[in-house]
Design a binder for this molecule. Sequence first.
Ligand code: SAH
Ligand code: SF4
Length: 409
Amino acid sequence: MSSLAATETATAFVEKRPLERYAEPAQPSLVGMPRAMLAQALAEVGVPEGQRRMRVQQIWHWLYVRGAQDFDAMTTLSKDLRAGLARRFTLARPPIAAEQISVDGTRKWLIQLPGERAEAPHEVECVYIPESDRGTLCISSQVGCTLNCSFCHTGTQQLVRNLTAAEIAAQVVVARDRLGDWLAGSTAAGAGRSEGDKRLVSNVVMMGMGEPLYNFEAVRDGINVIADGEGLSISKRRITLSTSGVAPNIARAGAEIGSMLAVSLHAVTDELRDQLVPLNRKYPIAALLEACRNYPGLSNARRITFEYVMLKGVNDSLADAKALVRLLKGIPAKINLIPFNPWPGTKYECSDWDQIEKFSEVVFAAGYASPVRTPRGRDILAACGQLKSASEKLSARERLALRAMAMTD
Ligand code: SAH
Ligand code: SF4
C-alpha cells in the first residue's frame, strides 16, 4: 500500500463522509436564514437593492423578536410584499416529532429535518434545561457525527448530513415557540412574555448531535443568527461550542465565531485518548492543548470548559485526576465531569458515584471551582444527554447530565 493510501485509510477511519446533502424544498422557509440569505430571498421576489437592507431589518425583527409565524403579521411590510414573499417562501419551522418533559422542567425535543428523499426525514435532538438563573438550550450541528468516539452513541451512526445555518438557528426559534418565549402578544396563542422580561432561553450549548467544527461555515453563520443583537440576541458569551478537538478549527473558531469553547478531553494520555476519541490520532493532546492556549480572549472570567466523561476503570483513577489538573495548568479552565450515559451495546460503564466524588475532590483541591455552589462539589459532576430513545422518560442520570450541561457558562 502506498503511504498516501495508508494515510487515506487512517483518515477514513477517523472521519466519515456525509451520506446526504441538504435538499432545498420548492418553497423554502425564511426561518433561521442569515441576513445575507434573507437579502437574496428579497431579491428573488423583486425587492430593489436599495431597499433590501431596510426590509431585512424589518423582517428580522418580526422573525426573531416577535416570533411571527405568518407573513400577514408583518404589518410594517406592504401587502404586496407580504403576498410576494408568501408565494415564494414560508415561515415554517422544522416540526417537533416528539417531546418529553421531565419533572424538573427539562424538555427534550426530537426535531424533524428533511432528508434527501422526502419519505426518509431525519431527526436531531434539542434539549431545554431550565435553571433558576438561566435556561440553556442544547442544540445539534449534524445528523449523526463525522467522528466515532468509542463511548458515544451518535458516533456509531453513519454521518447522515450537516445541518444548514438556518436549521441550526431554527432550533432556537422552535424552542422559543414551544415555550412561548417571544415578546408579548407575539405567539400564535398570544402567550408571549412582556417586554423587559427575562427570556427563558438565555444560553445555548452546541452539545447535541454532531461535531460542530466539521460543519464550520454553517455553525458560524447559525451562531451569528442566534447572537444577533437585533434578533434572537443570545450573546456569544452565552453560547458554548463543544468540540472533540479539531485543533486547526479551534483557531478558526476563535477568529471567526468567538463563542465560548468546550473541549471533550476525556483522557490524559494519547494512548487512551486514541481509543476514546480516535480523532486524537490526527490531533494529539499536545496539539489540542496548544490550540486551546491560543484561543483568543481567555481569562479567569472567560475560561475553556474541559469535558471529561467518567468511564469505570478506564479513565477515572485518582492518578488520572492529578494528571488532568497538571495537564491543564496555565489554561484558564473549568472541568465538567460527565457521568457516562450507557447505551445498548456499549462496552463501557459509568464510574461509581463514590469514585466520581473522589475524582472531583482532586479537581476541586487544584482550584477548579464549579459555577454552582452546593456541598461537596456535586455540582461539577456534569454529563451529556446522549438521549437516543424517543419513548423513554429521562432517567435521573440524564437529568443530572442535562443540568450539568447548563453550567458551562
Ligand atoms: N461532538 C461534540 C459535541 C457533542 S457531544 C463533542 O464531542 O464535544 C457533547 C459531550 O457529550 C461531549 O463531551 C461528548 O464527549 C459527551 N458524550 C458523548 N457520549 C456520551 C455518553 N454516552 N455519556 C456521556 N457523555 C457523552
Ligand atoms: Fe461526535 Fe462528539 Fe459523539 Fe465524538 S462525542 S462521536 S465528536 S458527537
